[in-house]
Design a protein around this ligand. Structure first.
Ligand code: FEO
Ligand code: CA
Ligand code: CA
Ligand code: CA
Length: 633
C-alpha cells in the first residue's frame, strides 16, 4: 500500500532537540527568559532536521499568499475542481431532481440532493484510486440561501426542507483522465437527514432520559443534527459527529440544571425555528429529545439499507470529530474533541478486539469500553480520567444514577472529575510517530470576567488565534498517562500583543479547525476564522480561510490553499495513491450575521459559479497535481 512506502520514507527526527520542546510547559521559564533567543537558538540546528539524510522533507510545494479573492487558490502545478455542490442530486436511482438556482426545490427534492454546508468527508474505495464513495457531512443550513424568501412565511414544509438539507450524503465518484465526476444513478447513493430513523446502542440505550412520547423505549431516534467532523473505523464504517445540536431545541422559561449545562435556551440558540412546526424540537413538550443528540453516529456506507447507529458508549458532547486508532492488541481507541468554550477532550477505549470481517463482524465493538476525559497538568504530564459510574465522584449521591446517566451528562461528569477546560477542541489526528494532535480553535472568553483563567495547556487569555496541543501516550494508546506539549501557538511571533503572539514557523494562520494526517505523514491544518472576526484586529492580515500543511518533524508550516470569501475549509480525505485530495468548502459567502439576505444571496460570494447574483454553494473540491503526482510533494 502507498501508506507503507510513505512511512518508511519518513524516518523521524525525534531524537533531535525538537522545536516543539520550546513550548513544553516544563521549559516555559526558558521561553519567558527570551522568546527570540530561544527560538533562534533551538530552531537553527533543526533546519533540514540536523543529521544529514535522517529526514526527507515532506513539504514539496511552494506556498500560496493570503487571499481575499472569491476563488480557490492552490500552489503552482496544482489544479482544483469543484464537485458535489449543495443541491446537486446524490444519484438515487428512483429520484434525481436537478438543482434549482432560485432555491425552488421542494423538501422532497432536497432529500434526494446533497445537503448544505459540507463538513467532514471520507473516500471509501470501490476500485482503488479510480472509483469510490465519498461520504460527507452537512453541518447546518442558511435559510437565506435555502429559500427564495428566507425565513418569511415559515412553515412545516420549510422546516422539512431544512431538515432534509442536514445530515450525511453518500455519493459515488469516478476519475476519468484526471477529472472526477459523480456517478448517477448509483446503488450506493444515499441521503441521511434530520429525520432518518436510527438506532441507539450502548449503555444509554433505553435509559429513562432517552425516552420520548414517540419512542417510549428510548432506542429509536429520528435523524442526526449538526454533523460536523467525521472519522472512520478500521472495519470500514463512517463516524459522523453531532456538534451544536442544542441550538435546534427551544426550552422553557425555567430550565433545569442539566438543560442549562447543555446550553438550552428559550426560542432555541440557533434561530432555526424548527420547534414552531415540529414538536420534538420543543423541549417544553419533549424534554428528553435533546438527550438523543450529541452522539457519534456510525454509518456503513457499503450497505445503503443499513440503519445508522448512535454509539452512546462514546459519550455525549458537542462533538467535533472522532479519530480511531488501535492498541497493539487490536482494541479500538477513539479520540474526540468537544468544540465549545471550556469543554473537554475525550478518549474511548474498546473492551473487545476488532474482529476481521468488516462492519458485520464489529457491530457492537463501540458499545463496550471505557470513556476517559483529559486532564493536562502544568508539568507536561497528563491523565485520562475514566467516566465510569461508581468511580470517584460519579456516584448516585452526586447525581449520576448509572452509566447511562454519566454518558448523557458527560459534561457534568467531566466537571466533577476536574478535567481540563479547553479552548474549543476541534479535530484530532495522529502522526507517524504516535503524537496525537488536537486543534484548539480559539476562545476569546479565556481569562475574561468570571470565566476560567489561563492554564498550562491553554496559555493565552482572550485567545483569538487558537493553538494545537499534542500528546504522546505513556506506552500504548490505552494508557491513562501521557506527556504533552504545544505543537504550535497560532499567530505572528513578532506580534507585540502577548495574547496574539504565536510561534508559527512558516506561514501565518489562525483558528485551526480541520486536522488530518496524510499517508506520508504531513499534518494538514484547515482554518475557521469566523466571518464576524475575519479581516479585523489580529486576523486582518490573514484574508480568507486557508489550508496549510505542517511537517511534524520540523514544525514548518506552509500555506497550501486559500478559499473563496466567507467560507471555512473543512474535511480532508485522499485516494489510497495520495494523488487526489478531496476537501470541503463550507458556507462560502457567509454573512457576518450568519444568515444570508434572501434578496441578495450573492452579496459576499458567488462561488463556485461566479455568476452575478448567484447563491453561493458549499461544495467538495478535488485537488490534483498537473503531473499526476502525490499531493504535497
Ligand atoms: Fe462544526 Fe467545531 O466546527
Ligand atoms: Ca469544525
Ligand atoms: Ca470551527
Ligand atoms: Ca462552520
Amino acid at each position: 500500500m502507498a501508506k507503507d512506502f510513505a512511512r518508511m520514507e519518513n524516518s523521524n527526527c525525534s531524537s533531535n532537540p525538537s522545536f516543539h520542546e520550546i513550548s513544553d510547559p516544563a521549559r516555559r521559564t526558558v521561553l519567558r527568559a527570551g522568546l527570540g533567543v530561544a527560538l533562534g537558538g533551538l530552531l537553527a540546528p533543526l533546519a533540514g532536521c540536523a543529521s544529514p539524510g535522517s529526514h526527507k522533507p515532506l513539504l514539496g510545494f511552494a506556498s500560496v499568499p493570503v487571499s481575499t479573492a472569491d476563488r480557490i487558490v492552490v500552489p503552482e502545478g496544482y489544479i482544483a475542481q469543484v464537485i458535489a455542490p449543495w443541491g446537486d442530486p446524490v444519484g438515487l436511482p428512483e429520484h434525481s431532481p436537478a438543482f434549482r438556482t432560485d432555491a425552488g426545490n421542494s423538501a422532497v427534492e432536497q432529500a434526494a440532493q446533497l445537503g448544505m454546508h459540507h463538513d467532514g468527508i471520507h473516500y471509501f474505495a470501490l476500485h482503488g484510486s479510480e472509483r469510490g464513495l465519498l461520504v460527507l457531512n452537512h453541518e447546518y443550513t442558511d435559510e437565506g440561501l435555502l429559500f427564495a424568501d428566507g425565513q418569511q412565511n415559515w412553515s412545516a414544509e420549510k422546516v422539512r426542507k431544512a431538515q432534509a438539507a442536514h445530515g450525511v450524503s453518500v455519493i459515488e465518484v469516478v476519475q476519468r483522465q484526471g477529472r472526477w465526476e459523480q456517478v448517477r444513478p448509483s446503488p450506493w447513493a444515499r441521503r441521511i437527514t434530520a429525520y432518518t430513523p436510527m438506532a441507539v446502542a450502548g449503555p444509554a440505550a433505553g435509559h429513562a432520559l432517552m425516552r420520548t412520547s414517540a419512542d417510549p423505549e428510548g432506542r429509536r431516534v429520528l435523524g442526526t443534527l449538526n454533523n460536523c467532523g467525521s472519522g472512520i473505523t478500521p472495519w470500514g464504517t463512517y463516524l459522523s459527529c453531532e456538534e451544536n445540536f442544542i441550538n435546534y431545541f427551544s426550552g422553557g422559561d425555567s430550565l433545569s440544571e442539566h438543560e442549562k449545562r447543555w446550553g438550552l435556551r428559550k426560542g432555541g440558540g440557533g434561530g432555526y425555528r424548527w420547534h414552531e412546526h415540529d414538536a420534538r424540537f420543543d423541549a417544553t413538550r419533549e424534554p428528553n429529545e435533546p438527550n438523543r443528540f450529541g452522539w457519534i453516529v456510525e454509518i456503513d456506507p457499503m450497505d445503503p439499507a443499513s440503519t445508522p447507529i448512535k454509539r452512546t458508549a462514546l459519550g455525549r458532547a458537542a462533538h467535533e470529530g472522532a479519530t480511531v486508532t488501535t492498541t497493539k492488541d487490536g482494541r479500538a481507541v477513539v479520540y474526540m474533541g468537544e468544540d465549545a468554550r471550556f469543554e473537554y477532550i475525550y478518549k474511548f477505549v474498546s473492551r473487545d478486539r476488532i474482529q476481521s470481517g468488516g462492519a458485520r463482524a464489529n457491530t457492537t465493538l463501540l458499545d463496550h469500553g471505557t470513556l476517559y476525559v483529559a486532564r493536562f497538568d502544568a508539568d507536561g504530564s497528563g491523565e485520562w480520567l475514566p467516566l465510569t459510574h461508581g468511580q470517584g465522584p460519579l456516584t448516585a449521591a452526586n447525581g449520576f444514577a448509572d452509566q447511562g446517566d454519566v454518558l448523557i451528562k458527560s459534561r457534568q461528569a467531566s466537571d466533577a472529575l476536574g478535567a481540563t477546560k479547553m479552548d474549543r477542541p476541534e479535530w484530532i489526528d495522529i502522526d507517524h510517530q504516535g503524537w496525537v494532535y488536537c486543534t484548539l480553535t480559539n476562545n476569546s472568553n479565556r481569562g475574561t470576567g468570571r470565566n476560567p483563567g489561563t492554564d498550562a495547556a491553554n496559555p493565552r487569555a482572550g485567545n483569538s488565534m487558537g493553538h494545537i496541543v499534542r500528546w504522546k501516550e505513556d506506552g500504548d494508546f490505552d494508557s491513562t498517562r501521557m506527556r504533552w506539549n504545544h505543537f504550535v501557538l497560532a499567530g505572528d511571533p513578532a506580534n507585540t500583543r502577548a495574547e496574539a503572539r504565536g510561534n508559527v514557523q512558516g506561514d501565518l494562520f489562525a483558528c485551526p479547525d480541520g486536522l488530518w494526517t496524510d499517508a506520508r505523514g504531513l499534518l494538514w491544518i484547515q482554518t475557521d476564522m469566523s466571518t464576524s472576526a475575519m479581516g479585523k484586529g489580529d486576523l486582518a492580515r490573514l484574508g480568507n480561510n486557508m489550508m496549510l500543511a505542517a511537517d511534524p518533524a520540523t514544525g514548518e508550516i506552509r500555506r497550501f490553499l486559500t478559499g473563496p470569501r466567507g467560507c471555512e475549509i473543512t474535511g480532508a480525505t485522499a485516494t489510497p495513491d495520495g494523488r487526489t485530495l478531496f476537501i470541503n468548502i463550507q458556507h462560502p459567502g457567509e454573512s457576518p450575521s450568519e444568515r444570508s439576505d434572501p434578496a441578495d444571496p450573492g452579496k459576499y460570494s458567488t462561488w463556485p459559479s461566479g455568476q452575478p447574483g448567484a447563491r453561493p454553494r458549499s461544495a467538495t473540491v478535488v485537488i490534483r497535481k498537473r503531473d499526476g503526482g502525490v499531493i504535497g510533494t
